[in-house]
Ligand binder design. Structure first.
Ligand code: C2E
Ligand code: CA
Ligand code: CA
Length: 637
């Protein structure tokens, strides 16, 4: 939908007083024509929209006729039903005006919550005559804050009308932006891969006809993850936009130098591939030297703005070059070859560039093809989850299942998560993959519950990049709701180093998750540098003692002492402890002696396919009569 469409704005009005509804009816019924209206409207828009958050369209393009299509309801439940029906019919409301008090039925805050669940995009205006409504409280209950507004009764008719106009326009703008997402990268506004490939195809055809050389440059930032880690993702995003701008300037200069006939190389010829990788297209290069001149420009270090207390961070890029028709005449191949060249350049050190060569290193080829395959793995259904049970050492029963990701690729075989998770992190693919893991694991857990099994809780591993995402909490609670999980059913495993990265963010996010009944475990505990004292400041339910300590716990050495100390201190802090990687009875007995709560490891069970895990749960269900020791022994075989 275009932002300046002339479709009437769909408005839902909810109020229990007939007189108020009549007033709304009058206000929303006729078209606004006076210039005073327009001025007031502009003013309101300036107040409603922060810069960048939905730039309003030009005033002259405002809809004039049949501006509104209002629907009226006199109670909260009817309003929720109306929203559900509108969404079901594919004609959602843009704005809902919601009276706060509608006795004897549920109030506006309740309705706002339900409506938000059904339609996350709708703009909600809470109308109230009472000052005892705390906007902060409702905003907290019905996020996001920028889609919730307040109107104090009694209000002026113009207020209602203009708010409806402005918010209707805001929603239309947002929908317009959503359709653009398919073609453009939302962070930098550059083309995305698909759009770039389409342009490249076109350019290859033209170059062939005119017998010209064309060049594709693959740019990968060398130490971008460090920027995100050290300066946080907000600065990281800002840097990414700066980089995009700089690449555009270089491309423009390069295009001017290479060919006076095409000084207008624009954003079509540059794309962000996701993560910290970019593609550039030089449509007309006189010789490969022209391409290397641009590449040299691209590899020049860029310095990130420093925060007060920190030293500036220097950013470099590695660049790979492929030339049409020398290296290939196919656009996909050109892209692939430039990527292989880039990895070859990177292997030789940061800030280098390289031309593609037939004899490029195996390492670069492998890494490049691994990354390409990983991009397609999700769509190709190549992932699966294994489940490894965690056992309560007091009862011998299963206390939880940890979901572990598996990737099986037709060409590459089975790839270990230790190999592909870091790659997924670097490329940003961990976000969609992590979402898939979370949803699949929670659905499996729901299935177990529905068939009467008791798997305790489901534990899902979360990587730093997912954790840094501002929508993460929302995603988790959405899945929690979808799968009807009770508090304590879902546990997220995060590593110690992740927690210590951005402490303020971590503390906030953890307590938010905790408020939603999500449990948190610290994975690989003991490997990082944090002290237990520091951990007590975070909302954490469990520590998982790293395998390396558990492995030697049955000896008399240092590791046994470390485990004893961790268990004792965790107990003092009211935090549970799981020992990871238990492989023999000696270790198990030692851990029981030390009053460790739970254990996980090959001795008790390897990670299992979903079907095998179900079978194990059923077997244990049938044996609840036997003693704890018998159960643990029967598991260990
Ligand atoms: P982790 O979270 O520490 O997971 C435990 C790893 O130890 C698993 O390896 C598991 O198979 C292995 N393990 C379990 N018991 C034993 C034992 O008794 N002895 C030994 N030697 N190993 C044992 P896996 O499945 O290869 O996973 C490796 C790592 O990959 C995980 O370490 C985790 O950090 C990461 N990972 C796996 N799935 C996901 C995921 O869905 N998301 C994210 N972000 N990371 C994941
Ligand atoms: Ca884990
Ligand atoms: Ca672990």
């Amino acid at each position: 939908m275009a932002p300046n469409n002339r479709q009437p704005i769909r408005v839902l009005v909810v109020d229990d007083e007939q007189a108020v509804l009549d007033a709304y009816r009058q206000v929303l019924g006729k078209a606004a024509r006076s210039s005073a209206d327009r001025e007031a409207m502009d003013e309101l828009r300036a107040k409603l929209f922060v810069a960048g958050a939905g730039a309003p369209a030009a005033v002259g393009s405002l809809p004039q006729r049949n501006q509104f299509e209002p629907v009226f309801c006199n109670g909260a439940e009817a309003a929720v039903a109306a929203v559900r029906e509108a969404c079901g019919a594919g004609r959602p409301f843009a704005v809902v005006f919601l009276d706060m008090r509608m006795p004897p039925g549920p109030d506006g805050a309740w309705a706002a919550g339900r409506i938000r669940e059904i339609d996350p995009q709708v703009e909600i205006v809470i109308c109230t005559a009472y000052s005892d409504v705390d906007p902060m409280e409702i905003s907290r209950r019905v996020p996001p804050e920028d889609k919730l507004f307040y109107l104090q009764k009694p209000f002026h008719p113009h207020e209602v009308r203009q708010m409806a106009l402005a918010l209707g326009e805001k929603r239309a703008n947002e929908e317009h932006r959503l359709t653009q997402v398919e073609d453009f990268d939302p962070l930098t506004g550059l083309s995305n891969r698909a759009r770039f490939l389409a342009h490249l195809k076109e350019a290859v055809r033209a170059a062939r006809q005119q017998d010209r050389l064309l060049s594709v440059l693959y740019v990968d930032l060398d130490n971008f993850r460090r920027i995100n880690d050290v300066l946080g993702h907000i600065v990281g995003d800002e840097m990414m936009r700066n980089v995009a701008q700089r690449l555009q300037e270089i491309l423009r200069r390069g295009a001017v130098a290479a060919s006076a006939s095409r000084p207008d190389a624009g954003t079509d010829d540059i794309a962000r591939l996701g993560g910290d990788q970019f593609m550039l297209l030089l449509r007309d290069v006189g010789s490969p030297d022209d391409a290397s001149a641009v590449a040299a420009d691209l590899t020049r270090p860029l310095t990130a703005p420093a925060r007060a207390s920190q030293s500036p961070v220097t950013l470099t890029a590695s660049v790979g070059i492929a030339i049409f028709p020398n290296d290939s005449t196919d656009e996909e191949d050109l892209l692939r070859h430039s990527g292989i060249a880039m990895y070859d350049a990177k292997r030789r050190g940061h800030g280098q560039f390289a031309f593609f060569g037939r004899a490029m290193s195996d390492g670069a080829q492998t890494r490049f093809s691994l990354e390409r395959q990983l991009e397609r793995a999700l769509a190709g259904n190549e992932f699966s989850l294994h489940y490894q049970p965690q056992f309560d050492l007091g009862t011998g029963l299963i206390s939880g299942m940890e979901a572990l990701l598996r990737w099986t690729n037709a060409e590459l075989g089975v790839i270990s998560p230790d190999e592909f998770i870091p790659l997924a992190e670097e490329t940003g693919l961990i976000q969609p993959i992590g979402e898939w893991v979370l949803r699949t694991a929670c659905r499996q857990f729901r299935d177990w519950l529905d068939t009467g099994l008791a798997p305790g809780r489901i534990a899902v591993n979360v990587s730093a990049r997912q954790f840094a995402d501002s929508n993460f909490c929302r995603l988790v609670t959405d899945v929690q709701r979808e799968c009807r999980l009770a508090p304590g059913h879902l546990e997220l495993e995060i590593t110690e180093s992740l927690m210590m990265k951005d402490e303020a963010h971590t503390r906030r996010l953890l307590s938010e998750l905790r408020n939603h009944g999500i449990s948190i475990a610290i994975d690989d505990f003991g490997m990082g540098y944090s002290s237990l004292g520091r951990l007590s400041e975070f909302s954490v339910n469990r520590l998982k003692i790293d395998r390396s300590f558990v492995q030697n716990v049955d000896g008399l050495g240092r590791h046994a002492t470390i485990v004893t100390a961790i268990v004792a201190m965790a107990r003092a802090l009211g935090v549970d402890v799981v020992a990871e990687g238990v492989e023999n009875f000696g270790q198990l007995l030692q851990l029981q002696d030390q009053k460790c709560n739970e254990a996980q490891g090959f001795l008790l069970s390897k990670p299992l396919h979903a079907a095998e895990a179900t079978e194990l749960l059923q077997r244990l269900e049938a044996s609840t009569a036997t003693s704890r020791t018998m159960r643990l022994r029967s598991l260990a075989g």
